[in-house]
Design a protein around this ligand. Structure first.
Ligand code: GLN
Length: 510
């Protein structure tokens, strides 16, 4: 089977379980794919040299008749924000170049316990700050749909890897959209679980009141498979929800088999579907609403007046938390150390020189912003007000979910933009998160799935489903139904139409 890398995770799982393919064959297929295309994409910062060994170990256990978890032998790509003891972990930053953590993130332990084989660590904006992966300390990742375009961010590496079939599924982290927005821009599926649904132990913290880990995949069912592996309580994370989660993959599989939206009330948020959005995005989004309605859903217009302030509130809360979280990169315990030349050098001099050399511009910008927002005299005006806005956004959601079961919005205002286009304009870059940020501020789950291609540029458009906190399962039910309807309409999945990296796209002008 030469095309193993193109198969969905659920099919690979079936082949592995029935012994039709070995974990080694599957792993080799993906490693070969990475070897072939990653030179053009730069989705991986590190390829796991021990992947084949891990796969062999699974095969050995299987042939010895050992009972294995269903996902045993399934490869996974890992965003470099997750601590791994067997691979370097940099969070996309030069300040952590070559650092190998002394412990594994809980989600890493979980995929390993589930027999999954890590293919490597994926590229990201430095410390997960960005919407294009151009802020990586290790060069940008390219979008497989068009190598002159960004894959979104911060998890552009995971999204590009999955989109280009370098991995069947990948892990990401989402603080303001870093799973969902790259998924939208690369024609893949990305999910931010309910805050507290997945452990953040061993996740390099960006903004602790917002961070969540989640899956990226090419189908809703595949995302659900990985979600099931990583979800659940962890005593090492004080924000972790103690209750057990129902199976997401069962829900997704059932809904994919019999897609029905009968009686589902879907809200369209007026504030998240405006003239400022790219016409092709609005078209595909409107079509998705019409498709849902045709299949039994009731569409309700929802007013969420405080969403207009979400980006502003987020870009105060996030830098404030990040400036505190990043204080630990002080050259003392780990990571880069730069000692300035000259005679008398103080500890402060070393710290300053290290942070100056090790952090990129966007990280420095946010540390300065955050420190300012938290400083005496400004705290109430900036950080305090932003927290009040956060409460108002939560109440907008509460009102919305009194009227509807889920909300449907575009996942991003535009399709993939060109490399360099927004790099010198932080406000333009921040505006990419307009539709994803509200879910983080409220702690609710969100799922982005492909809705088709935009007419004007032939690039993928994502739509986002949001549900009340704890109702992640609902996302998968609705997501799988919408995906099936789109697949039926288009005669295939959007993700199947990705060109070979470097080949010209059919349709749409460059
Ligand atoms: N683009 C957002 C930011 O730059 C999202 C970050 C994230 O989710 N990690 O902050």
């Amino acid at each position: 089977m030469s095309e193993l890398h193109r198969l969905p995770a659920i099919d690979l799982q079936g082949l592995l379980e029935s012994g039709q393919v070995s974990a080694r064959e599957v792993t080799d297929a993906f490693l070969q794919r990475i070897e072939q295309v990653d030179g053009a994409l730069n989705a991986f910062l590190h390829v796991n040299q021990a992947a084949t060994e891990a796969a062999d170990a699974i095969d050995k256990k299987r042939s010895a008749g050992e009972a294995l978890p269903p996902t045993a032998g399934l490869p996974v790509a890992v965003k470099d924000v997750l601590c791994t003891t067997d691979m370097p972990t940099t969070s996309g930053s030069r300040i952590l170049e070559g650092w190998v953590p002394p412990y594994d993130a809980t989600v890493v332990r979980k995929y390993r316990d589930a027999g999954m084989v890590a293919l490597g660590k994926t590229n990201m904006d430095e410390f997960a700050m960005g919407s294009s992966t151009e802020h990586s300390g290790y060069g940008p990742t390219k979008n497989p749909w068009d190598l002159e375009r960004v894959p979104g961010g911060s998890g552009g590496g995971s999204a590009a890897a999955v989109s280009a079939c370098e991995a069947p599924v990948a892990l990401g982290s989402d603080t303001g959209g870093s799973i969902r927005q790259p998924a939208a821009l690369t024609g893949t599926v990305g999910v931010k679980p309910t805050y507290g649904g997945v452990s953040r132990y061993g996740v390099i913290a960006l903004a602790s009141s917002l961070d969540q880990v989640g899956p990226v995949a090419r189908t809703v069912v595949d995302a659900a498979l990985l979600h099931d592996v990583i979800a659940g309580h962890d005593p090492h994370d004080s924000t972790s929800i103690p209750d057990p989660w129902p199976s997401m993959s069962e829900a997704a599989l059932a809904s994919a088999a019999e897609p029905s939206l009968a009686g589902v009330r879907i809200g369209r948020v007026t504030q998240l579907d405006t003239d400022g959005f790219q016409p092709g995005v609005r078209e595909r989004f409107a079509e998705m609403l019409a498709l849902a309605e045709k299949n039994g859903a009731e569409i309700v217009d929802i007013d969420a007046p405080h969403f207009d302030y979400a980006v502003a509130a987020y870009y105060l809360i996030l830098p404030a938390e990040a400036s505190s979280n990043l204080a630990k990169y002080d050259s003392v315990r780990f990571g880069l150390r730069v000692t300035p030349e000259g005679g008398q050098v103080t500890v402060e001099d070393v710290m300053a020189a290290t942070r100056e050399a090790g952090f990129g511009d966007e990280v420095k910008r946010r540390i300065i912003l955050g420190t300012y927002a938290l400083s005496a005299g400004y705290y109430d005006a900036y950080y305090g007000s932003a927290q009040q806005v956060r409460t108002l956004i939560q109440s907008d959601f509460r009102h919305a979910f009194e009227q509807v079961d889920v909300l449907l919005t575009p996942s991003a205002p535009t399709t993939a933009f060109r490399l360099g286009e927004q790099l010198d304009d932080p406000l333009a870059m921040y505006a990419n998160d307009l539709t994803t940020i509200p879910a983080n501020l409220a702690g609710i789950p969100g799922l982005s799935l492909p809705a088709g291609l935009a007419a004007e540029d032939g690039l993928p458009v994502g739509v986002q489903v949001m549900a009340p906190a704890f109702q992640d399962r609902r996302l998968y039910e609705v997501g799988a139904a919408l995906e099936s309807l789109v697949r039926e309409r288009d005669g295939g999945l959007v993700s199947d139409r990705v060109p070979e990296p470097g080949a010209a796209r059919d349709g749409g002008q460059k």
